[in-house]
Design a protein around this ligand. Structure first.
Ligand SMILES: NC(=O)c1ccc[n+]([C@@H]2O[C@H](COP(=O)([O-])OP(=O)(O)OC[C@H]3O[C@@H](n4cnc5c(N)ncnc54)[C@H](O)[C@@H]3O)[C@@H](O)[C@H]2O)c1
Length: 267
């Protein structure tokens, strides 16, 4: 995974929390922030996976804090406690990346309300809880950057994705509200909105014949799926002072998928 960031804006010494960081895009972003010189807190509900991914990252960066916390993102007390522990070691929180999310894809007529609620709890309430916990610390300090995670499915739609699309659209809206409300505190808030990204999970599903990535590529104007590094680099850009005048935006990285109104959704 290419998440080296030697030529990127200087983020050395910043303190960054990434949620959903045990795998996938969250791990790619946490790794990129560490490579860019940041202290990093990897927060995830999956403590076992955090225990597996932390040692190599910490060994590569012995000069900075590489911490983990096991917590559900919608548990306000647990998130606040994790951030308190982290900032006790780093002195501040500069960046929060609210990345944890899940899909609950099913025909809308059949979708169980439990799965609908789980998507709301993680994708929307979790983002709000983590953003607010971060903003409380940033407001008392020098401000900061909050990144939420929407999706291209927050700005467009697909069948059997009622919970996913609704929560990701809500995240896009929430991002704008928080950006406007917290700008006076020096806090910028922007949303990452990836298209299909070839994470290990996606590659595994494709290898098992459960996801037709060739059809997804044909549907995408650029003809490729996104790479985790594409999203990690977007996060570095938005976290850095290079993007100081950007707030309240939903930054879509989808190879042209949402721009193309002529395409046919793959079956
Ligand atoms: N991969 C893609 O193609 C893609 C595209 C668009 C948007 N996204 C969004 O990007 C984010 C990351 O996607 P991914 O593909 O890396 O997902 P993933 O399933 O590979 O990883 C998600 C991580 O979040 C953690 N998590 C789930 N619920 C949690 C909770 N309640 N509290 C704490 N941690 C929790 C999981 O344990 C897991 O480690 C999600 O919000 C997803 O909706 C992904």
């Amino acid at each position: 995974m290419t998440t080296e960031a030697a030529s990127y804006p200087d983020l050395r010494g910043r303190s960054v929390c990434v949620t959903g960081a045990a795998r996938g895009l969250g791990l790619a972003m946490a790794t990129a922030f560490a490579h860019a010189g940041c202290h990093v807190l990897l927060l995830d509900i999956d403590g076992g996976e955090l225990d597996r991914v932390r040692p190599p990252l910490a060994a590569r960066h012995p000069d900075r804090v590489i911490a983990t916390a096991t917590a559900p993102v919608n548990d306000e007390d647990a998130v606040a406690a994790a951030l308190a522990d982290f900032t006790a070691r780093t002195g501040e929180l500069s960046v929060m990346v609210g990345n944890a999310g899940l899909s609950a894809n099913a025909p809308s007529l059949d979708l169980e309300l439990g799965r609908w609620q789980a998507a709301l709890d993680t994708n929307l309430t979790g983002v709000f809880v983590c953003a607010r916990a971060a903003a409380r610390l940033m407001r008392d300090g020098d401000g900061g950057v909050i990144l939420t995670t929407s999706s291209m499915y927050g700005v467009t739609a697909g069948p059997e994705r009622a919970a996913y699309c609704a929560t990701k659209a809500a995240v896009a809206s929430l991002t704008k509200v928080l950006a406007v409300e917290w700008a006076p505190h020096g806090i910028r808030v922007n949303a990452l909105a990836p298209g299909y990204v070839e994470t290990d999970l996606v590659a595994g599903l494709a290898a098992a014949g459960r996801l037709d990535t060739a059809a997804l590529r044909r549907r995408t104007p650029r003809g490729v799926l996104g790479r985790p590094a594409d999203i990690a680099h977007l996060a570095l850009f938005l976290a850095s002072d290079v993007s100081a005048n950007i707030t309240g935006q939903v930054m879509v990285s989808d190879g042209g998928w949402t721009a193309d109104g002529y395409a046919v959704t793959p079956g």
